[in-house]
Structures are given as structure tokens and as C-alpha cells.
Design a protein around this ligand. Structure first.
Ligand SMILES: NC(=O)c1ccc[n+]([C@@H]2O[C@H](COP(=O)([O-])OP(=O)(O)OC[C@H]3O[C@@H](n4cnc5c(N)ncnc54)[C@H](O)[C@@H]3O)[C@@H](O)[C@H]2O)c1
Length: 240
């Protein structure tokens, strides 16, 4: 079988690295995208492990950045998997939230995936799959009106795109809960412990939990699954 090209945005660190590593283990070639030049290190490490991997440094909120990704995909002859994983937070109570911080989060988390998918529409090979990285926070979270808006908007975009592109390309979303990451480690220890205590699975999620959900959704096992959201939160979304 010919290896499939997977494009993973936000591939410089965190969940993007875990997703890239697992897709590489499952036989994909990788094209990693990030505005952080450290994305080249992830690609180098994957190459050392035997994966055909390259990277593009690009800001996905800019036309030039999206154009650079499209060029790189075309040099590699098209793509089979796109994981729109790059994302940011700029938390504040709504009464104190700067409009620019609201717009910036929506721009990176929602508009950038739209720009990229639209620009790549002709480059997806038949049977391709897109996964958009939403969040359990799409259901609601204090102090994150901008993030909640962007991640619930991304669920709507997933549903719309799934319908627009069926049957050629499947489009789904993964919505992680609390995951062990730079974001969660930045919280005060007691706050983090309080949040973990609310998780029915009784532990914080690992990046690999999210990566396995992504790997499932882009695999043949999910060939009849499109327009869906897989919430990976240890049951937090059903807890009172
Ligand atoms: N970590 C969690 O607990 C958690 C939970 C739910 C959802 N998520 C989502 O998962 C995704 C990854 O989270 P993470 O914890 O790995 O975050 P992270 O901050 O560690 O990594 C995000 C990456 O996205 C890149 N990025 C940001 N803006 C960009 C832009 N404009 N263009 C290109 N690259 C850009 C950053 O440089 C960074 O490398 C995000 O979309 C986040 O919202 C994370």
C-alpha cells in the first residue's frame, strides 16, 4: 500500500507532536506545519525514526502561510489526511476581554482551519479525511468565551464541511478534555487537582489519548463516520 501523506498543524509541540508520532507509527508520511520554527525539530526526529517527514514554518492566519502549505502539499503530490490542530487561548472574564483577544482566538482556532481546507480542496485524494481539533470546552467554560466560541464554531464547520465534501472526503472533530500539556501545567497545582477530581475516569488525559482518537478517525475503521465529534475527556462531559 502507498503511504498516505498526513498534514498536521501545530506540529511543533504538545498534541501535534503526539498525533504526528502516532500517524508515523501507523505508516503515514508527515508534513508538519507551525508558526514556531521548532516544527523542524519534530520533522527531524520523525525522519530519524524512519518516517518521510518534512515541515513548513507558516502562520495559518495569513494568506502567505496558507499558500506555503499548499505549495508544500503540491510538491508532495497531494494529501490524504489533514489534522487542523494548531490553536491558542487568551482567557479572560468577558467583562475584561479585549475585542482583539476575542478575534485572535477565533482567527487561529476557527478561521484558519477554514482558510486551509478551502485552499486545499483540490489537493485531497479520494478517501481522504480531515480532523478538526475542537475541545470539550465547546460545551462551555468560564473565562474562555472566545475559546468556547471558536471551538463550538469549529464543530459547526466540521458538520458543514462533512456535508459539502461527502462522499470524497470525511470530516470529523476530536474534542479533548483536560490533557497533560503545557496549557494544563501552567495552572496552579490546586486548581488542576480540582479539575482532575471532576473527571469520572479519575486521571488527566494524555496526549496519546487524543492521538489515538485522531488515528481512528482518519483510518479505514472510521470509513462510515463523517460529520461527528469524538469527545475525549474521560467522561467529564457527562458528569454533573
Ligand atoms: N492541551 C489541552 O488540554 C487541550 C484540550 C482541548 C483542546 N486542545 C486543543 O488541541 C490543540 C493543541 O493543543 P496543545 O495543548 O498541543 O497546544 P500548544 O499550545 O502546546 O500547541 C499549539 C501549537 O499551535 C501553534 N500555532 C498557534 N497559532 C498558530 C498559527 N497562527 N499558525 C500556525 N501555528 C500556530 C503553536 O505555535 C503551537 O506549536 C489546540 O487546538 C487546543 O485548543 C488542547
Amino acid at each position: 500500500m502507498t503511504a498516505k501523506l498526513a498534514v498536521v498543524t501545530g506540529g511543533a509541540r504538545g498534541l501535534g507532536v503526539a498525533i504526528a508520532q502516532l500517524l508515523a507509527e501507523r505508516g503515514h508520511h508527515l508534513l508538519l506545519v507551525d508558526r514556531d520554527p521548532a516544527v523542524a525539530d519534530t520533522a527531524e526526529e520523525l525522519s530519524r525514526e524512519g518516517c518521510e517527514a518534512s515541515s513548513v514554518v507558516a502562520d495559518l492566519t495569513e494568506d502567505a502561510g496558507v499558500g506555503a502549505v499548499v505549495d508544500a502539499v503540491r510538491r508532495r503530490g497531494g494529501l490524504d489526511v489533514l489534522v487542523n490542530n494548531a490553536g491558542i487561548t487568551r482567557d479572560a472574564r468577558l467583562s475584561k476581554m479585549d475585542v482583539d483577544d476575542f478575534a485572535a482566538v477565533v482567527d487561529v482556532n476557527l478561521i484558519a482551519p477554514m482558510r486551509l481546507t478551502q485552499a486545499l480542496v483540490d489537493d485531497f485524494r479520494d478517501g481522504a479525511a480531515v480532523v478538526n481539533m475542537s475541545s470539550r470546552a465547546a460545551l462551555g467554560n468560564f473565562g474562555q468565551t472566545n475559546y468556547v466560541t471558536s471551538k463550538s464554531g469549529l464543530v459547526g464547520y466540521t458538520r458543514g464541511l462533512a456535508l459539502a465534501w461527502a462522499p470524497r472526503v470525511r470530516v470529523n472533530a476530536v474534542a479533548p478534555g483536560l490533557i497533560d500539556s503545557a496549557m494544563s501545567r501552567a495552572m496552579p497545582e490546586d486548581v488542576l487537582a480540582g479539575l482532575v477530581a471532576k473527571v469520572p475516569a479519575d486521571r488527566i488525559g494524555e496526549p496519546s489519548d487524543v492521538a489515538r482518537a485522531v488515528a481512528y478517525l482518519v483510518s479505514e475503521d472510521a470509513s462510515y463516520v463523517t460529520g461527528q465529534v469524538l469527545i475525549v475527556c474521560g467522561g467529564r462531559s457527562v458528569a454533573p
